[in-house]
Design a protein around this ligand. Structure first.
Ligand code: F6P
Ligand code: MN
Length: 339
């Protein structure tokens, strides 16, 4: 991986710094992958007793992952790191050129079921100061990626406007380039959503999913397949390889009025991966990459995947009123639309 990433870096210090951050994170991911693979033997399955800033119960492995990633970032040119596991960004080297937002271990609740989980990261050039960097839109990212700890440990990396894939060779402890310039298939009839929430969805989401389920007999005129892993990195990886669409929409449940996923370290980086691989990501009305955070741990509805499907879901949102009344979240209005 090192040779592949470093060769064009000579004349571009910002790119060289970005590569240094990716390499530092990759080093931590090798260690984390080993710990995860050891499962119960490593004694990291249980709950830590803590909660993260968003109220999620922290597991021991969340704390371990957060520590490993932070330690790695301290060795890289990073001014500040915002982690899902802490309320505020941590200042590292104030003079460094980059800032990182990270979800150290997304989907960690899946660990006990031996389902793929991952680390998601977003890298941005430092803006006016470290804190203001996190309030820039997602288009400010210079790179993003995710490590997927599954049957194989894989790094999906969006850099230089394209998306490559590296697989960990566990014998050598190194990531090896295994997929170059991945392209999301533009038109795959496969959708992923937690359908148990159907009664809470907006009519826009419901009408799109109902059309998928109607299959060849319905308006879409073709049969759809459905998947739901409950692990964002695994869904994103599947979509990168074979297309389809993933939705975690806003819904009427308390606490889900802006969806579930966090903008800065989940939606922004996944959206960069999707777009640079020729796919799309939206909140139903706007490109995810054009959104700026209002708060550090802000949630956002996420629809991502094959371009045509994301456009179709957006089109369903155009035909209905926004979901909820909220002065600072104009996307969402009027609960009356829920049946
Ligand atoms: O952010 C945590 C996460 O586990 C994602 O990886 C996944 O997409 C989502 O939550 C699953 O949510 P739910 O349990 O509501 O289906
Ligand atoms: Mn997460």
């Amino acid at each position: 991986m090192r040779a592949y990433l470093e060769w064009p870096a000579e004349h571009n210090p910002m790119r060289a710094a970005t590569v240094a951050v990716v390499e530092a994170l990759a080093g931590a991911a090798v260690e984390l992958a080993q710990t995860i693979a050891a499962g119960s033997i490593a004694g990291i399955g249980g709950e830590s007793g803590g909660v993260n800033p968003d109220g999620d119960r922290q597991r021991t492995i969340d704390i371990v992952a957060d520590r490993l990633m932070r330690e790695a970032l301290r060795t890289a040119p990073v001014a500040a790191v915002l982690s899902e596991e802490a309320e505020l960004p941590e200042t590292l080297d104030v003079d460094a050129p980059l800032c990182v937002a990270i979800d150290p271990l997304d989907g960690s609740a899946n660990l006990e079921n031996n389902i793929s989980i991952g680390t998601i990261f977003s890298i941005r050039p430092k803006a006016y100061d470290a804190l203001s960097t996190f309030f820039e839109p997602g288009t400010a990212q210079c790179a993003a990626g995710c490590f997927i700890y599954g049957p194989q440990t894989v790094l999906v990396l969006a850099l230089d406007q394209c998306v490559d894939c590296f697989t960990l060779d566990p014998r050598r402890g190194e990531f090896v380039l295994t997929g170059r310039d991945l392209q999301v298939p533009p038109d795959t009839p496969e959708f992923a959503i937690n359908a148990s929430n159907r009664r809470h969805w907006s009519s826009a989401v419901r009408s799109y999913v109902d059309q998928c389920i109607a299959g060849a007999n319905g308006e879409r005129g073709e049969d759809f397949n459905m998947r739901w892993i409950g692990s964002l990195v695994a869904e994103a990886y599947r979509i990168l390889l074979r297309g389809g669409v993933f939705l975690y929409p806003a819904d009427a449940r308390q606490g889900y009025r802006e969806g579930r996923l966090r903008l800065l370290y989940e939606a922004h980086p996944i959206a960069l991966i999707m777009e640079w691989a020729g796919g799309a990501a939206s909140n139903g009305r706007s490109r995810i990459l054009e959104l700026s955070a209002r708060t550090l741990h802000q949630r956002v509805p996420l629809i991502m995947g094959s371009t045509r499907a994301v456009r179709d879901v957006d089109a369903h949102h155009l035909t209905v009123e926004p979901l909820f009344e909220s002065s600072d979240a104009p996307l969402f209005a009027r609960r009356g639309l829920f049946r």
